[in-house]
Design a protein around this ligand. Structure first.
Ligand SMILES: [Zn+2]
Length: 390
């Protein structure tokens, strides 16, 4: 079955990514470069169709599954030539003819050498948002409108938020109480340095947007239900200039211009605190079980006791939880990006305290009151603080 032009474009793009993993990091520049080019096109679907048609190899290699690798590498090279180097017409045809007439094994080496040479000359501009085709795919499935522009605006808002947040901390005094709400008595010099570092990353790097976990649900089913995740991937570590952010299912269903999350009143905070205390008891019950087993206790007896205790605590937690209001939540696009970038840019973490993940306004303000030292490297604390300036 032959591919549609758009599929052919996406397949060649994927080839660039996998060649970068197998054949050398420099090829990643080409992958990022094609995404950058795509982001500049007025109509990305039409641009993909036009290029996909241009890089079709027609009858070349058709009946040779043994050299599928060569055909894929050649299409990747053509994709680069057409998008980044504007090759068309006779030179494009000459390259295809040359490849089809040559000895395939010899040509694979030639193609890779040529690819690396081209990719070495590609520099992706800082500040760009590079949107992978899987993101476009899931945005389409969820009818999420204009994903390119939404993500670019989210990045721009992220810079504005960071600048305003940094200025607020640098001025000192906390006139609006924003700082104490999200960081409590947490060290302001650390927060200030982290905000500065995040600003630098936004200004000096491109942000690559992926939807890897979502596209491979069988490999990472739990990650599907996240807003996003940060990958300290080989590309990012190899200083390609691209910070990598993965979007999850919640993003496509709930990201908006501004966050709308339920903030508990004083009475509801008490239910939350009771739930956290019970959750801490549950953590301790598990810990005590492992200690008793290590000390040589009867595993079966200990396990039965532990299970009963854990079931009781879980039921009590559910009772407190039932008293808390629920509803659909929205998180700002700028906030989702900023949360994930903070993981890569300053190494923030998602703290888990007493078995509860420190996400969202209620847990994060609780953390600021009870455990402020942890807020200064908690990703969502930065997101919530910066969103005060959105
Ligand atoms: Zn996180």
């Amino acid at each position: 079955m032959s591919k549609s032009d758009e599929q052919r474009f996406d397949a060649a793009l994927e080839t660039l990514l996998s060649l970068a993993q197998r054949e050398g990091i420099v090829i990643y520049n080409g992958y990022a470069g094609v995404l950058e080019w795509l982001g500049q096109q007025a109509n990305s679907a039409a641009a993909k169709r036009r290029v996909g048609s241009a890089i079709s190899l027609g009858y070349h290699f058709r009946s040779s599954p043994a050299i599928a690798d060569l055909r894929d590498a050649l299409r990747a090279l053509l994709l680069l030539q057409v998008t980044r180097f504007a090759m068309s017409g006779a030179p494009l045809k000459r390259l295809k003819d040359l490849a089809s007439a040559a000895n395939p094994m010899y040509w694979r080496g030639e193609i890779l050498t040529e690819l690396k040479k081209l990719c070495g000359g590609i520099i992706v501009r800082a500040g760009r948002v590079l949107v992978d085709h899987r993101v476009h795919h899931w945005a389409g499935v969820h009818r999420f409108a204009d994903i390119n522009r939404t993500l670019s605006t989210g990045r721009e808002n992220g810079v504005k938020m960071l600048e305003a947040a940094y200025a607020y901390v640098a001025r000192g005094g906390d006139p609006n109480g924003h700082y104490v709400r999200w960081f409590g008595t947490g060290d302001a010099t650390v927060v200030r340095a982290n905000l500065q570092q995040m600003m630098d990353v936004y200004r000096t790097r491109a942000i690559g947007i992926y939807a890897d976990e979502y596209a491979k649900p069988s490999e990472a089913p739990t990650l599907r239900n996240l807003w996003g995740s940060a990958t300290r991937a080989w590309e990012a570590l190899a200083a390609t200039g691209v910070i990598r952010v993965n979007l999850g299912k919640h993003f496509f269903g709930g990201a908006a211009e501004h966050s709308h999350q339920i903030v508990y009143d004083a009475e509801q905070i008490l239910y939350l605190e009771r739930a956290i205390a019970l959750s801490e008891e549950r953590v301790q019950a598990n810990k005590a079980f492992f200690q008793a087993v290590q000390a040589g206790g009867d595993v079966n007896v200990l396990e039965a006791e532990r299970d009963m205790r854990v079931a009781d605590l879980t039921a009590q937690i559910a009772l407190q939880d039932a008293l808390l209001p629920k509803g659909d939540e929205q998180i700002s696009v700028a906030g989702v990006l900023l949360h994930e970038v903070s993981h890569n840019a300053v190494g923030t973490t998602d703290h888990v305290v007493s078995g509860q993940a420190m996400y969202g306004p209620n847990f994060c303000s609780w953390l600021a009151r009870t455990n402020p030292a942890k807020t200064v490297d908690n990703a969502d604390s930065y997101r919530l603080f910066c969103e005060q300036f959105l």
